[in-house]
Design a binder for this molecule. Structure first.
Ligand code: MG
Length: 249
């Protein structure tokens, strides 16, 4: 199983094989069912500033830093970037609205997926564009013993957010491994593009309204219809990764 897709990836990146030692894992929409709250908070905040937008578009910006989303809206509406003060004020307002919403629940299947990785000795690195302390602080409570403080990349660690490869390159650097020794787990097209451009075999999981084809177009090596499905197929997938090799001759 999975051999065709794995070989396609190996050929595209000129790797002999993938030896998965670390998993680079996104947070929003991957570990937490938080995207509906994020999208609603963005929509409400942007409407308060009388900038035209739709509730759905914020799913497509998932993975961007807050500043980059605000600049995108400003460029579209006014033809120029927002000032740093406007960005700070608007992002703060969005954070306040988000924090007032009911707590997002862990994604079904996420705990099982993480437990399996830990059991087989694959180290976990968090790679999120988020700087939302409310969720970051919950990680240890909801997924105890999974993420160490040294192996987290958040909005604070990068200059360029997803879809730029910097967040995943930073994660590889923190883990001290080459991209061919990693896999990534992502739910959003911009996140998938960031991971694939960093050279990492990326598992795209559809957990919201964005269809699988968008994740494949962004570079996902494989897609799964839910985190529960990924968790149940992960043992076979890791085995397939370790036993599939690309004859470079
Ligand atoms: Mg995400």
């Amino acid at each position: 199983m999975f051999q065709t897709q794995i070989l396609n990836f190996l050929k595209r990146h000129h790797y002999m094989r993938i030896e998965p030692e670390v998993a680079l894992i996104d947070m929003d929409g991957t570990l937490y069912d938080s995207m509906p709250n994020h999208a609603r908070a963005w929509y409400q905040m942007v409407q308060e500033y009388d900038i035209p937008c739709t509730p759905e578009e914020f799913y497509l910006y998932e993975g961007r830093t807050g500043a980059s989303t605000i600049n995108l809206l400003f460029q579209r509406t006014f033809g120029h970037d927002a000032t740093p003060e406007q960005i700070e004020e608007m992002y703060h307002r969005k954070t306040v609205i988000f924090a007032s919403m009911p707590e997002p629940k862990p994604m079904p299947g996420a705990a099982e997926m993480l437990r399996f990785l830990k059991e087989v000795g694959i180290r976990r690195v968090l790679v999120t564009g988020s700087g939302q302390n409310s969720l970051l602080q919950r990680l240890d409570r909801d997924f105890p013993g999974i993420f160490s403080d040294e192996l987290k990349v958040t909005a604070r660690d990068v200059v360029h957010g997803k879809p730029h490869p910097e967040p995943f390159l930073k994660a590889l650097e923190k883990a001290g491994v080459h991209a061919s020794h990693a896999i990534a787990i992502e739910n959003a097209p911009l996140g998938v593009k960031s991971a694939d451009d960093a050279g990492v075999f990326t598992l795209g999981v559809t957990t919201g309204p964005i269809p699988a084809i968008k994740l494949i177009e962004a570079g996902a090596g494989l897609t799964f219809p839910s985190m529960t499905d990924l968790a149940s197929q992960l043992p076979m997938l890791i085995y397939s990764l370790m036993t599939t090799s690309n004859n470079l001759n």
